[in-house]
Design a protein around this ligand. Sequence first.
Ligand code: PMP
Length: 394
Amino acid sequence: MFETLSKAPQDKIFALMAEYAADKRDGKIDLGIGVYKDDAGNTPIMSAVKKAEERIIATATTKTYVGVAGNKGFSAAMVKLALGDSVPLDRVRAAQAPGGTGALWVLLTLLKRAKPDATVWISDPSWPNHAPMARQAGFAVEHYPYFDPETGTVRFEDLLARFEKFSKHDIVLLHGCCHNPTGANLTPEQWDRVVALLKKTGAFPLVDMAYQGFGDGLEEDAYGLRAVGREIEQFVCATSCSKNFGVYRERVGCAIIVGKDAAQADIVNSQMLNVIRGAYSQPPDHGAEIVRLILEDDALRAEWQAELEAMRTRMIANRKALAEAIRSRSNSSDFDFVAEHRGMFSLLGLSAETVNHLKAENAVYMLDDSRINIAGLADDRIQRLADAVVAASR
Ligand code: PMP
């Protein structure tokens, strides 16, 4: 049986994590894995999450099955958080899923049933799991222009030129906010132009919302998705609570579908539930129940939002400090874009050779493409990273 198999490629992020763990040097800097870290380099459990969890332990009376769609209160709260009032709720259906990845998988599998011959368009570059997931669902994958590593900004005119050519046979995967890996995002005005083109061409939006609240704020980060919601009749969205609630290992996400009317939404929902039933039957409840409790309880929600805001503003402060530290050493504005980027990542635009040099000489670990995790920096590390980047870029 297994003789037919050869070894699958190892995920680069996990390979880098193993290399970092094996490095014995003092003061090594990990900018690789995409989890939020505080100044001490830890990823603590948010206090609102702890309290919700304690409440569940104290009050839960059963562990019986919840159902194929998972925790309905959770999904309703997630729809509100993501879509706001951009779409009438009778056209929206949602299912809890195991993480943002699970939500993407459910939606891609559903879209394959709806339009098997569609092409999935992904930004160049994108989260390394997007293309393999779309291919695994059976789609052809193409890339649209997105990022210019020379300037650290979005290649917006090139992007528009590609979007002009889309048709109703295309599914366009858009990062809702905090683009991974680049950190470069569309402005509200740019979103409006993108949405107008999606509407004109009939291309189908698949929005991946993995970092709501990590960029410019919970409401601000939903601008693009809500612009899609106001203008476009049919679309889907995968949301994740891994980052903004810090519940990574609990696997909490939500698959959201929007139909042209309630009757269509019911049909699509029945297919989505059928996909889930045939894959894992139902999602795990614990993490979703934590998020539901927080979003439905005024005090817990306020506490969560304050914690999230502190994380967000710390990442922006790190960005400014790193850009400033590099500028003061290099006397150039070449890395100023880091301060303009939003979310947990920035793509520095360094060569693979420089990335390797930084690892070998300075024990600074970043992904091959020079993506760094901004949250992985504390003040002393910012100064050392700036030293290393400036020296290596000379
Ligand atoms: N989409 C993007 C763009 C991501 O960066 C991630 C997490 N790295 C995800 C989806 C999935 O997150 P999770 O499955 O951990 O919720």
